[in-house]
Each structure stands twice: as C-alpha cells, then as structure tokens.
Design a protein around this ligand. Sequence first.
Ligand code: SF4
Length: 766
Amino acid sequence: MTEFTITVRDLALFCHRQGDIDHRFTPSPTAMQGIEGHQRVYRDRPASYQREFSVSYSAPVAGLGLRVRGRADGYDQTRALVEEIKTCRVDPARIPEPVTRLHLAQGRLYAAMIAEQEDLQALTVQLTWLELDKDREHSLQQDYSRAELRAFLEDSLHRYGTWLALVQAHRARRDLSLRDLPFPHRGFRPGQRELSERVYKCVHQAGRLLLEAPTGIGKTVAVLYPALKALATGRHERIVFTTGKISGRRTAEHTFDQLMRAGYAGNALSLTAKEQVCLSPGRACHGEDCPYARGYYDRLPAARAAALDTQQLDRPALESLARRFEVCPYQLSLDLAPWVDMIIADVHHVFSLTANLAERLAASAERWTVLLDEAHTLPERARQMYGAELARSTLVLARKEAPAVVKKLLDRCNRQFLALEKARLPGAQNEWHESIPDKLHKVLQACFEKLGEQLALDPLLLQQRPALRDWHFAVLQFLRVVELWGDEFRLEVVADTGGQGPRLLLHCLDPGRLLALRHEPVHALVAFSATLTPQRWTLDSLGLDQEAVAYRARSSFAREQLQVQLATHIDTRYQQRQHSLPALAALLRQWLDMVPGNCLLYFSSYSYLQSCLVELEAQGWPEGRLRWVQAPGQDADARGSLLRQLGERRDVAAFCVLGGAFGEGIDLPGDDLSSVVVVGVGLPQVNAANEQLRNHYQKHYGSGFAHAYQYPGMQKVSQALGRVVRLETDYGRALLVDGRYSDPAYRALLPPWWTYRMGPLQEGPV
Ligand code: SF4
C-alpha cells in the first residue's frame, strides 16, 4: 500500500478551517518575529518541557496508507500537557472563534498522536497566545481523554483520506492516459526529441537543467510532454510551469489543450493575479465586506470537489466555479494548488517574497518539478521582487488618514527620512548605502506593528484609507527585504524633488543567492529559453550551482533560414550617434528599399529612435513603406494595432525599442515578419544603478562590465533576432548595425543557429 504523508498543520487546515477569509491574524510580518515570539515563550517553561516534540502516526484509511507527521510546539511530560503557541498583536479575546478553533484542532491532533506514541490515557491541550507588543501570554486549556483524542484524529484522517482517495482515482485515470499519450504534433521536429529526452532524464535524476534552444522550435511542448509523462513513472508528483510573460502562460495553456485533445486526462490550474480575478473589485478580502469571503471555508469542500471534474482550471473555469459556489476565485485557486497535477503561474507565485507556491512547495512532502519558461527574464524580475521603495510623499499622505496612535509613529518615521535627507552630500542626486540605518529599521517596524494592531481591531481600516494602505504594503515589503539583507543589497536615498522629501529604494543587485534558496526544495528544475548565453553568467544569475547541466539544442531550422548582415562601419556609441546618424539613416533606407516585407527596427532608446526618424524624413522616407512608431507608455490598443497591421500588410516598417513590448514574447510567423534591424548592441543605459551592478559584479566575478552591460544587452539582440524565423517554412533576414559586431567578444554572444555575413548590404531573397 502506497503511503501518503501529511503534516499536522496541513491536516488541521484541511479539515478544521471554517468561516470567512480573514487575513488579520497572520501572526507576524516576518517569519523571524514569529520565531522570536516562540523563543520568548520557551524561556518561561520548566525543565521538563520539551520544545518542538516530534510526532508521527500512521493508519490505513479509505484503502490508502496515511502518515501524519509534525512537531508540537511543546510537550510537558510531567504535566501531561501539549502546547500550541501562536503570536498576535491584539487582545486574544478579539480573535474570531474559527481561528481559535483551528489552532486548538492543531493542538488536539498533536495531543492525539503523543497520547498514542507515549501511551498516555489523558492530556491537556494548551493554546498559548503571545501578544508580541506587550510580551503577555494568554492561555486556553482543554482536557481530553485518549479515546476522545483518538476519535478526533481518526475523524480528521477519515475526512482527509476520503478526499485523497478521490484524488488518487483521478491520478490513476491520468496515468492510464499517459501510458499511450502521443506527442501532440505529427512528430518531433529536429532538436525537439533531444530536448524532451533531457527533460525526462532531469526529472528522473532530480537534476537542474539549463536548456537553450532557438525560438520557434516548440520548446514549451518539448518540455511539457516529457514532464507530464514522468508523472506516471512516480518520479515526481507535481509540475509548476512558471513564466514571466502572459504570452508564455497562453502558450502553456494552449499546449495543455492540445495534450488534452491527444488524450491526456490530467488537470492543470492557471494562477492569475488577485486583481484580475477578483469578483468584488474595491472591496476588502474579508467576510464583512465581500460576499465571496464570507463563509468561504464552509463552502470550500464542495467547490474543491467540483473542481476535480474540470481538466483545465483556467481563469474562466475558476470564475464559473467561484460564482456557482460563491467563493473567492483567487483563494479557491490557491486552495486547489495542492491537488492538481500541473500549475501554470507567473514567476511571482514561485520566486517572490510573498510567493504562496514557494511556501507550499517547501512544506510539501511531494516532489515538485519547476519548468521555468523564458528563464533569461527571471533575474531582472527577481531584482524587482526583492526590491522595495518607500517615499516620504506616501508617508505624508498616509499621515492624513492615520489613526492618532499611528500618527505618532509616522512622525518618527518622518524624522528618519529627514535625517537621511540632511546627511546627503550637497548636490548629490542620490546616495548609496550598504546597510539600513538601525533607527530607521526600528521605527518602521514599530509603525508596521502598530498598524497591524489597528487592523486587527478594524478589518476595514485600510479599505477606507488608500494612502495608509499604500504605506502599509510598502513598509511590509521594505521590512521583508531588510530581513534578507546581504552584501548584494543597497539602500539608495534619492534626493528630494519638489519639496516631497526623499525616496528610499532597496536594490537587490544580484538575486542569485535568494533564487538559490527558492530552488532548494524543488525536486527538478528545467530553465529554458532561446537566450542563455554565456552559460556561466546565466547559471550564476539564476542561482543555479555549477553542477547544473547546460544543454544547447540543435536547431530545427537550416542556418540559411536567417541571413544576418553585420554592418560594422557605423558607430552607434552614445558620443558618436550624432555624427553617424546620416550614414545610419542611409543604411536603413537602403535596407527598407532592398528587403521587401514587414520589418521591425530596434533602437536602444526612444530618443535615438526619434533622431533616426527625423534624419530618415530629411533624406526622404523610403517609398511604399508604412511607418509605425512605438512610443513610451503606449497602451494595449496601440500595441495591438501594430500586431494587426503586421498580420494584414506586407509593407510595415515598425520602429521599436529593443527589449520593449516588441523585443520578445511576440509570435510573428510566415510573412507577418520578414526582417529585423537592430541598431547597437543593446547595452543598458549607464546610470548610478547600473554602475552599482557593475561594481558588485566586478568585485564578485571580476567582470563587471560584461555582467552589468554586455551580456544583458546582447541577450536583447538575440531575442530580437528570434522574432523572424518561427516556422520550418520561414526565411528571413536581419541587419545588425554597430562596429562592435566585429569584436569576437560580442560575436561569441550571438545565437549560433544562423548565417552571419559582414560587408556591404547584399540583395537576396527573403
Ligand atoms: S472576491 Fe475579491 S475582494 Fe472578495 S475575497 Fe476574493 S479577492 Fe478579496
């Protein structure tokens, strides 16, 4: 009989959570404060008291073997007492009954297992609340006989086991379907089979794999198919397909749909951001304000059971379930996550500081494989996720809305802002620090705690005060980042502009260490993209150790399918731009005359793009060419207009910014795109933040310029080149304009799959 393991905490949550969604009683803002709270309680316990007492209990239920394991906060043998400790910021009398009942249930489960383990006839369960701010304990005790405890444990196991049997029946159907599941296309393209084999092997060996393969080869299906196949072999239990782009999520959902049509009987859940799926926009996630939060946990079991009959739990399917059972769709998606075979989610759900999946993954006894799509985008996203910003202007607005007790602390925060502003060197726009001033940290912490206390008293407090809410969440993120502080972090104090006071920015220069922590509990990890060169840099910035296997796939396209011309006679470096502009415009004009079909032209900045357009106009706009220009802050409609025109016409010359909305993640097959032009080598702008990156990488890797500028720049160039050839029948051309393309250090970073040629422009078929 296969044994299934569950933790005591999860068993309690599964069986004994009732009532409303209510986030007020999250014990503390940071894990560290929760741990410190426990230590404070332990200090007063007698010598006979055993902390973190390990328990384990196994029983057959509904034809399955169940093992429950965990560690009770405390067990005192002489007093026959089991203790469950929680931290809080309010008088525990205010804590809603369902929350107390849940914690007591957890204590009772521990007590039941200890009674069996230690052969005891009765035990006292003590729930202790520690009021963090007042350092005061409140205890609630209940006495149970062994028979009562055992009945409670067995009832919980029966409820959980019955559900698990349903899930297992679903998995058996899934495994049967996987046995003969064909590849959902006519056959593997060249290169695809090798990719699939490597993914399969990686899952079997619990490995770390870096896969580089050209755009258009069909990476998503080549990675997903073997990962799903491996579910049936029992080498892993769950897959998370993470992507940094909406287009990546759509491709994964589309591929899953194709696999379903081919006979796959498993399920997949798409996680969407709360704001996008919320059925009560503008309301608080609380039973007093939102009907979908009210009684959520009472209706969850029925909604969860119904979800098991749906294969593709995408946004419409979740919304329909949510309306039918009157439950919050966002919370429902999180509660379904442990029960589906595959989750499709933005990288935020796995790698951010508030990543709900990361927590589950770390606590789970099951083996999770992470498939990381567009892996090259993760380091930059991670820098944002591990950064924070606090502005004095937000503080000032928040103060106007704050209750009196919070105002005092906001005033103290304000004094710290002003002290930092005052200490700034005269004339300096921004100042960089390697640590956080202790006083600032302490006062922010105190302010956050006071706000938490007020929030516990009034769940709608922030709902009615938007500026205070912004401040609350900004401080929360700030404190979370400070807790992770290491030598890869910097505090930037940005100067006052317009009497608003300074802004404090926390930068994570190198997210490798924190990403590595996220990878730790993952069974297997496959990071894939069209641009992962150079491998060493990619491994470091993704937090993968040097043991990871890196593989570059052979292309399913012929080299001739993309002819890349290198125009090295034009200097596009910043100081030379004005001088080289006429020659550049003449070259682009020649290209647009000579190479028919739609063309995307990429520039390193909007201003460079505009200067070039002006020069092109002055020289005479190429005949028969429709002009389209990307502008800063363009909305989705404007972006959609370009894609529409590329689909309908064959004469478009679209001027875009490298690395922007059209630089990657768009699919333009066939004649929708015939050529691309990249002006420059894509180097990020030289500014104070990038110079900090450069210094950091110079210190740690000895190659500051390459890490901070050259590699990220050339990655964007490679992505741009990847727009042209998407199908086996596609042929196209590309023009790279910059003197540095004659430098072997830059040439080595270009994708190896295409034909490169230097010299004057040549006529040739597209
Ligand atoms: S429906 Fe919206 S407001 Fe209601 S609980 Fe869900 S996310 Fe919150």
